[in-house]
Design a protein around this ligand. Structure first.
Ligand SMILES: *Cc1c(COP(=O)(O)O)cnc(C)c1O
Length: 394
């Protein structure tokens, strides 16, 4: 099996697993307990916090453990909204291609009387600091813009966007779930006030994440209960997962450049190989792109059928197409970069990691064109395109 869906989730690294094991078997205490078993767990918890803080260049006191990227996004945005409300600031700026964890939280806030402005991401998927600066108003309480996009891999100019927010005195949050462990993060240099990350996107375990919130930002609880996480996130800490996340982030941060170089080479080979397919187009930017991201639209086919046939050939991939996401509309990201509905339906996302090999890339480059051709040959839409009844877009 070839795993090429690393934007959905990644394999747990051996380092992370080894670090976690003793916290399942031997050190199972509750960090809130006063006894030795509890204190062992507490020590692991605080060590992990320090490790993660060092990777992000922040203080351990600014690191809050959550159940993952979604929860961190929710808490960051809701906290900023509650702070804004107090000053009668109810305008929020975001982008059209955010993850649903951000977009759906913003939808909820809209129902509570907030105005949400989603910035246009253009045809390659980018947002400039200039756009952000122009959109900031007197009553803006938050700018939330993703570090890197999970579907098309675009990397936003976070340092500049953060700088614009700083200049205007507006809180800046970034969903860095696709960036953490893959590209460099430094919350101070990049002017980030709040940041979300998720362990399972960088070879850590699932169900654990971090919300970084700069000192001085008062968080609003999403989960109420005990006094864990400085009273801001209740619930007994998931020590094995927290330890595993810290180990995975440290490992990934230590070889960001090396991995990026290796994965970028594989990615470029894959992009070049698939570009030969007629009536296809790469989604996203060619340069300003996550090392492992490949995303294409193929005209005249459905993404679901493509995934099914690729799976039968042992290739695990993903699509921004309708049924996979359980909705009738194709990916909001592909629509945001201007792909028409029918073209967005024929998308394929292959996301690589440093564990993929040259041979796997060669195999994918060999198989995808065959599958695309096979599907086109039985597609009524393709027939219409060939006969001129419909116009080609790509
Ligand atoms: C995966 C992902 C999330 C959600 O993270 P979970 O830990 O799965 O909740 C949020 N944002 C982006 C960009 C993602 O890729």
């Amino acid at each position: 099996m070839i795993y090429a869906d690393n934007a959905a989730t990644t394999a747990l690294s051996k380092t992370a697993l080894d670090a976690m094991m003793p916290y399942f078997t031997d050190y199972y205490g509750n960090p809130s307990s006063w006894h030795t078993a509890g204190q062992k767990a507490k020590e692991a918890l605080e060590n992990a916090r320090e490790t993660i803080a060092a990777c992000l260049n922040c203080s351990p006191r600014e690191v809050y453990f959550t159940s993952g990227g979604s929860e961190a996004d929710n808490q960051a945005i809701i906290s900023a909204a509650r702070l804004g409300e107090k000053q009668n600031k109810k305008h929020i700026i975001s982008t059209a291609f955010e993850h649903h964890a951000v977009l759906h939280t913003l939808e909820t806030l809209k129902k509570q009387g907030f105005t949400v402005e989603l910035l246009d991401v253009g045809s390659t998927g980018n947002v400039t600091a200039e756009q952000v600066k122009k959109a900031i108003r007197e009553d803006t309480c938050l700018v939330t813009a993703m570090f890197a996009n999970n579907e098309i891999g675009s990397i936003l100019p976070i340092e500049e966007i953060g700088g614009a927010c700083k200049e205007k005195g507006v809180l800046f949050h970034t969903d860095a779930v696709q960036a953490a462990g893959h590209i460099e993060i430094d919350v101070k240099r990049q002017n980030i006030d709040m940041l979300s990350l998720s362990a399972h996107k960088f070879h850590g375990p699932k169900g654990i994440g971090v919300l970084y919130a700069k000192t001085g930002i008062t968080l609003t609880n999403i989960i109420n209960g005990g006094a864990q996480e400085r009273g801001k996130r209740a619930g007994t800490e998931n020590i094995p997962a927290i330890v595993g996340m810290a180990a995975a982030l440290k490992e990934a941060t230590g070889k960001t450049e090396e991995n990026a170089k290796k994965v970028t080479k594989l990615r470029n080979e894959l992009i070049n190989g698939l570009s030969n397919i007629p009536h296809s187009a790469l989604n996203g930017d060619t340069k300003n792109r996550l090392p492992g991201n490949v995303n294409f639209c193929f005209e005249g086919i459905e993404g679901e059928s493509l995934l099914l046939l690729l799976d039968a050939k042992g290739i695990c991939a993903s699509s921004g197409s309708a049924c996979t996401s359980g909705s009738l509309d194709p990916s909001h990201v592909l629509l945001a970069i201007g792909r028409p509905h029918e073209v967005a339906h024929g998308s394929l996302r292959l996301t690589l990691s440093e564990e993929n090999t040259e041979d796997e890339i060669k195999y994918i480059i060999n198989e995808v064109p065959k599958v695309v051709e096979y599907l086109r040959n039985m597609s009524p839409v393709w027939k219409d395109l060939l006969s001129g009844k419909r116009q080609f877009v790509l």
